[in-house]
Design a protein around this ligand. Structure first.
Ligand SMILES: [Fe+2]
Length: 185
Protein backbone atom coordinates (compact mmCIF):
# COMPACT_ATOMS: atom_id res chain seq x y z
CA UNK A 1 0.00 0.00 0.00
CA UNK A 2 2.84 2.37 0.84
CA UNK A 3 4.45 1.70 -2.52
CA UNK A 4 1.16 2.31 -4.35
CA UNK A 5 0.62 5.56 -2.45
CA UNK A 6 4.17 6.70 -3.09
CA UNK A 7 3.76 5.94 -6.77
CA UNK A 8 0.40 7.73 -6.95
CA UNK A 9 1.70 10.87 -5.22
CA UNK A 10 4.85 10.96 -7.36
CA UNK A 11 2.63 11.42 -10.42
CA UNK A 12 1.50 14.78 -9.03
CA UNK A 13 -2.19 13.77 -9.22
CA UNK A 14 -4.90 16.20 -10.23
CA UNK A 15 -7.79 17.31 -8.05
CA UNK A 16 -11.09 16.12 -9.48
CA UNK A 17 -14.11 18.37 -9.42
CA UNK A 18 -16.51 16.33 -7.31
CA UNK A 19 -19.65 17.94 -5.96
CA UNK A 20 -20.12 17.46 -2.20
CA UNK A 21 -23.09 15.25 -1.44
CA UNK A 22 -24.98 14.67 1.78
CA UNK A 23 -26.48 11.35 2.85
CA UNK A 24 -28.71 10.68 5.89
CA UNK A 25 -25.87 9.06 7.83
CA UNK A 26 -23.96 12.36 7.64
CA UNK A 27 -25.94 13.46 10.71
CA UNK A 28 -23.62 11.20 12.73
CA UNK A 29 -20.38 12.61 11.33
CA UNK A 30 -19.78 15.16 14.07
CA UNK A 31 -20.28 12.59 16.81
CA UNK A 32 -17.94 10.16 15.03
CA UNK A 33 -15.23 12.81 14.86
CA UNK A 34 -15.76 13.67 18.55
CA UNK A 35 -15.10 10.03 19.41
CA UNK A 36 -12.09 9.90 17.13
CA UNK A 37 -10.50 12.95 18.71
CA UNK A 38 -10.52 11.22 22.11
CA UNK A 39 -8.57 8.15 21.00
CA UNK A 40 -5.37 6.96 19.33
CA UNK A 41 -6.53 8.12 15.89
CA UNK A 42 -7.09 11.71 17.06
CA UNK A 43 -4.73 13.20 14.46
CA UNK A 44 -6.73 11.72 11.59
CA UNK A 45 -10.02 12.85 13.14
CA UNK A 46 -8.69 16.37 13.60
CA UNK A 47 -7.44 16.50 10.02
CA UNK A 48 -10.78 15.31 8.69
CA UNK A 49 -13.03 17.69 10.64
CA UNK A 50 -12.38 20.88 8.61
CA UNK A 51 -13.06 19.13 5.28
CA UNK A 52 -15.75 16.59 6.13
CA UNK A 53 -18.60 18.78 4.81
CA UNK A 54 -16.88 18.99 1.43
CA UNK A 55 -16.85 15.24 0.84
CA UNK A 56 -19.03 13.47 -1.70
CA UNK A 57 -20.77 10.63 0.08
CA UNK A 58 -21.90 7.77 -2.10
CA UNK A 59 -23.29 4.26 -1.72
CA UNK A 60 -21.48 2.39 -4.48
CA UNK A 61 -24.47 0.22 -5.39
CA UNK A 62 -27.11 0.46 -8.07
CA UNK A 63 -29.59 -1.20 -5.73
CA UNK A 64 -29.62 -0.67 -2.00
CA UNK A 65 -32.24 -1.35 0.67
CA UNK A 66 -33.90 1.73 2.16
CA UNK A 67 -32.69 0.81 5.62
CA UNK A 68 -29.05 0.55 4.55
CA UNK A 69 -29.32 3.78 2.56
CA UNK A 70 -30.12 5.58 5.82
CA UNK A 71 -27.29 4.00 7.75
CA UNK A 72 -24.09 4.24 5.74
CA UNK A 73 -22.17 6.09 3.05
CA UNK A 74 -18.54 6.36 2.00
CA UNK A 75 -16.27 8.77 0.19
CA UNK A 76 -13.07 8.15 -1.73
CA UNK A 77 -10.59 10.97 -1.31
CA UNK A 78 -7.80 9.28 -3.29
CA UNK A 79 -8.35 6.96 -6.24
CA UNK A 80 -10.00 6.74 -9.66
CA UNK A 81 -13.23 8.21 -8.27
CA UNK A 82 -11.68 10.29 -5.50
CA UNK A 83 -11.00 13.95 -4.92
CA UNK A 84 -7.35 13.26 -5.73
CA UNK A 85 -7.12 11.23 -8.94
CA UNK A 86 -5.03 8.07 -8.95
CA UNK A 87 -5.26 4.60 -10.47
CA UNK A 88 -2.75 3.17 -7.97
CA UNK A 89 -4.97 2.66 -4.92
CA UNK A 90 -8.12 3.89 -3.23
CA UNK A 91 -8.19 5.67 0.14
CA UNK A 92 -11.38 6.81 1.77
CA UNK A 93 -13.72 6.93 4.75
CA UNK A 94 -16.91 5.03 5.44
CA UNK A 95 -19.41 6.13 8.07
CA UNK A 96 -21.96 3.82 9.69
CA UNK A 97 -24.84 4.79 11.94
CA UNK A 98 -25.18 3.09 15.34
CA UNK A 99 -26.73 -0.37 15.34
CA UNK A 100 -25.89 -1.14 11.73
CA UNK A 101 -24.91 -4.37 10.04
CA UNK A 102 -23.27 -3.91 6.67
CA UNK A 103 -24.11 -7.16 4.89
CA UNK A 104 -21.83 -9.97 3.86
CA UNK A 105 -19.69 -9.11 0.86
CA UNK A 106 -16.26 -9.64 -0.68
CA UNK A 107 -14.01 -7.75 -3.09
CA UNK A 108 -12.83 -9.53 -6.20
CA UNK A 109 -9.14 -8.84 -6.98
CA UNK A 110 -9.03 -6.14 -4.31
CA UNK A 111 -7.29 -6.20 -0.94
CA UNK A 112 -9.03 -4.06 1.63
CA UNK A 113 -7.63 -2.63 4.87
CA UNK A 114 -9.72 -0.88 7.52
CA UNK A 115 -8.77 1.13 10.54
CA UNK A 116 -11.29 2.60 12.94
CA UNK A 117 -11.06 6.31 13.69
CA UNK A 118 -13.05 6.34 16.89
CA UNK A 119 -15.37 3.43 17.50
CA UNK A 120 -15.41 -0.22 18.35
CA UNK A 121 -16.83 -2.48 15.69
CA UNK A 122 -17.11 -6.14 14.86
CA UNK A 123 -16.14 -7.80 11.61
CA UNK A 124 -18.04 -11.01 10.89
CA UNK A 125 -18.65 -11.34 14.65
CA UNK A 126 -15.10 -12.65 15.09
CA UNK A 127 -14.11 -10.02 17.64
CA UNK A 128 -14.74 -6.44 18.69
CA UNK A 129 -11.98 -4.20 17.35
CA UNK A 130 -10.93 -1.02 19.10
CA UNK A 131 -10.00 2.29 17.45
CA UNK A 132 -6.62 2.06 15.77
CA UNK A 133 -6.87 -1.68 15.12
CA UNK A 134 -6.07 -2.57 11.51
CA UNK A 135 -8.02 -5.24 9.60
CA UNK A 136 -6.89 -6.78 6.31
CA UNK A 137 -9.36 -8.53 4.01
CA UNK A 138 -7.74 -10.45 1.18
CA UNK A 139 -9.39 -10.68 -2.22
CA UNK A 140 -12.64 -12.67 -2.18
CA UNK A 141 -12.67 -12.94 1.61
CA UNK A 142 -16.29 -12.69 2.74
CA UNK A 143 -16.95 -10.34 5.63
CA UNK A 144 -19.55 -8.10 7.20
CA UNK A 145 -19.40 -5.18 9.63
CA UNK A 146 -21.51 -4.58 12.70
CA UNK A 147 -21.47 -1.38 14.74
CA UNK A 148 -22.39 -0.86 18.39
CA UNK A 149 -25.85 0.12 19.58
CA UNK A 150 -24.95 3.63 20.72
CA UNK A 151 -22.12 5.15 18.70
CA UNK A 152 -21.60 5.73 14.99
CA UNK A 153 -18.52 4.20 13.42
CA UNK A 154 -16.08 5.96 11.12
CA UNK A 155 -13.53 3.75 9.38
CA UNK A 156 -10.67 4.68 7.07
CA UNK A 157 -10.09 2.19 4.27
CA UNK A 158 -7.52 1.40 1.63
CA UNK A 159 -7.99 -0.75 -1.47
CA UNK A 160 -5.18 -2.10 -3.59
CA UNK A 161 -5.53 -4.12 -6.76
CA UNK A 162 -5.51 -3.85 -10.55
CA UNK A 163 -6.22 -0.34 -11.81
CA UNK A 164 -9.26 -1.40 -13.84
CA UNK A 165 -10.78 -3.12 -10.80
CA UNK A 166 -10.19 -0.10 -8.56
CA UNK A 167 -11.99 2.06 -11.11
CA UNK A 168 -15.01 -0.25 -11.38
CA UNK A 169 -15.14 -2.53 -8.35
CA UNK A 170 -18.64 -3.77 -9.22
CA UNK A 171 -19.94 -3.81 -5.66
CA UNK A 172 -22.58 -6.42 -4.88
CA UNK A 173 -23.78 -7.74 -1.58
CA UNK A 174 -23.98 -11.47 -1.02
CA UNK A 175 -27.42 -13.06 -0.95
CA UNK A 176 -26.89 -14.72 2.42
CA UNK A 177 -25.54 -13.16 5.58
CA UNK A 178 -23.57 -15.96 7.16
CA UNK A 179 -22.56 -18.58 4.65
CA UNK A 180 -22.81 -16.77 1.37
CA UNK A 181 -20.49 -18.47 -1.09
CA UNK A 182 -21.11 -16.03 -3.90
CA UNK A 183 -18.28 -13.58 -3.89
CA UNK A 184 -19.23 -10.00 -4.64
CA UNK A 185 -17.52 -8.91 -7.81
FE1 LIG B 1 -15.37 -4.81 2.54
Amino acid sequence: MREALKSGISENPELQNITPEIKPVTAHFGRALDLGERGPMFAMAQALRPVHRKLARVYGYDKLSKSLARKYAYCDFFGPNGLVASDKLVLGFVLFAPNTTYPQHAHHEIEESYISIGCAWSESNNAVYAPGYLILNRSNHEHRITTGEVDPCLLAYAWTGPSERLATPGMKLSRTRRSGRRAAI
